[in-house]
Design a protein around this ligand. Structure first.
Ligand SMILES: Cc1cc2nc3c(=O)[nH]c(=O)nc-3n(C[C@H](O)[C@H](O)[C@H](O)COP(=O)(O)OP(=O)(O)OC[C@H]3O[C@@H](n4cnc5c(N)ncnc54)[C@H](O)[C@@H]3O)c2cc1C
Length: 384
């Protein structure tokens, strides 16, 4: 059996953010670290976007960034002037390649194996793969617990599910200075569904038809709405599909943190790092990796997530609305973007807003479905 100080299961956004942060920190220079993944991580399997202030860790890897955006809802265009924030996009393959290159000659081993089981013992945990068994003092595990499911009625479950095409056109059609966060001009019936656009150039853009809804749709449904949106909203007749991406991101109050043990810490989506009301998590992978590093240095016995409780309550009210009154999504996000500055919204979603900012956002969202969602949350015991 091979023994390491730390084992990271999963070389995705969370695992690699953590591995790169450990690699960059002299505290871990004498430690042995192993990364295990069942996938070779040699394909561009997703595009990660996030906002941040000023320069960031991954600026040398980003494909494109924007200082302006827009939300289109209720037949109105709300212009977002990001000011001190920038919205950035990064192709996952660039991140994987950078991580492989950076960690190549380091103390960190990277193996291509399928993890079948992680079991805690008295001094650490054992990781059983299809090929070997490893031991470590701490295991950081990005496998989603098998008890999580979109159909689990014990929790509020919405998914951010989408399909996107990177399309190329023959003429200039896109305003590449402005990304579209949400365009509700085309919806699938009454559902919270919209189009998200990242214009890389005037002729190349990612166009994604997205739902925040409790049920997944057939592949052909995304294709139908993508084609319709491109033709009727963007007025494009001729285009070539250069890439396709699909995803299902949990937006839920499922208690991922409950699966943490003394020597096994769940990370990424499996650790509840996805913001339940927005579906974003890439930036959280950077922040929460730092929290884990602080914990390892602290010598404390148990890792505890530092998210202030109030945000769990806010997220739950959003989930109450989206699960029970999904038709209200357009109005909900319209009110949010119309009545608050984008800087306040980013701080709120980053869980860094002040109480007065929270109150302003909540009052602006105040409506019958939102109040009913609040009351249902209250009735459910305000458990977060
Ligand atoms: C298509 C798509 C686009 C997204 N876009 C954004 C975005 O723009 N902004 C944003 O903030 N978030 C986005 N997300 C959400 C989130 O950031 C990503 O899902 C992110 O990759 C989650 O990180 P993770 O490490 O938890 O999971 P992953 O990145 O999926 O990594 C998990 C890793 O674990 C490995 N693994 C799983 N099981 C095993 C096993 N048994 N043995 C060994 N290895 C295993 C997998 O192969 C994988 O490499 C997107 C998600 C998807 C699917």
């Amino acid at each position: 059996m091979s023994t390491y100080d730390y084992i990271i299961v999963g070389a995705g956004a969370a695992g690699l953010n953590l591995a790169l942060a450990m690699h960059a920190d002299a505290y871990f220079k004498d430690n042995s670290i192993l990364i295990l993944d069942k996938d070779a991580k040699d394909k561009n399997d997703r595009t990660w976007s996030f906002w941040e202030k000023g320069t960031g860790h991954w600026d040398h890897l980003i494909t494109k960034s924007w200082e302006k955006g827009a939300v289109k809802a209720n037949n109105e265009t709300i212009h977002l002037d990001l000011q001190n924030y920038t919205y950035k996009t990064l192709k996952s393959i660039k991140f994987y390649e950078f991580a492989k290159q950076t960690l190549k000659d380091s103390v960190i081993d990277w193996k291509f194996e399928n993890v079948e089981k992680v079991v805690q013992n008295s001094s650490g945990a054992a990781v059983i793969t299809n090929l070997e068994t490893y031991e470590a003092s701490f295991v950081f595990d990005s496998r989603i617990p098998s008890s999580y499911s979109l159909t689990n009625v014990n929790y509020l479950n919405v998914a951010q599910h989408f399909k996107g095409w990177v399309i190329e056109t023959e003429t200039d059609v896109f305003d590449d200075t402005r990304f579209i966060m949400m365009d509700y001009n085309l919806k699938d019936g009454d559902s919270t569904s919209f189009t998200y656009i990242l214009p890389f150039t005037k002729r190349l853009a990612l166009v994604e038809f997205t739902y925040f809804s409790p049920e997944i749709v057939e592949d052909s449904t995304y294709d139908f709405y993508l084609t319709k949106y491109i033709k009727e909203q963007l007025h494009i007749d001729q285009f070539e599909i250069k890439e396709t991406e699909k995803g299902v991101i949990p937006m839920t109050n499922f208690p991922f943190e409950d699966f943490d043990q003394k020597h096994i810490i769940k990370i990424g989506t499996a650790g509840g790092w996805v913001k339940a009301s927005s579906g974003y998590s890439f930036k959280n992978c950077e922040r929460k990796s730092k929290n884990i590093i602080d914990f390892l240095k602290s010598g404390k016995e148990f890792y505890r997530d530092k998210t202030p409780k109030k945000y769990k309550h806010y997220d739950q009210i959003f989930l109450e609305v989206l699960t029970k009154e999904n038709h209200f999504g357009e109005e909900l996000f319209y009110r949010m973007y119309k009545n608050n500055s984008i800087q306040t919204i980013f701080r709120f979603l980053d869980e860094q807003s002040s109480f007065s900012e929270d109150l302003k956002i909540i009052l602006n969202l105040s409506s019958s479905p939102f109040i009913k969602g609040f009351l249902r949350h209250l009735k459910a015991g305000f458990n977060a």
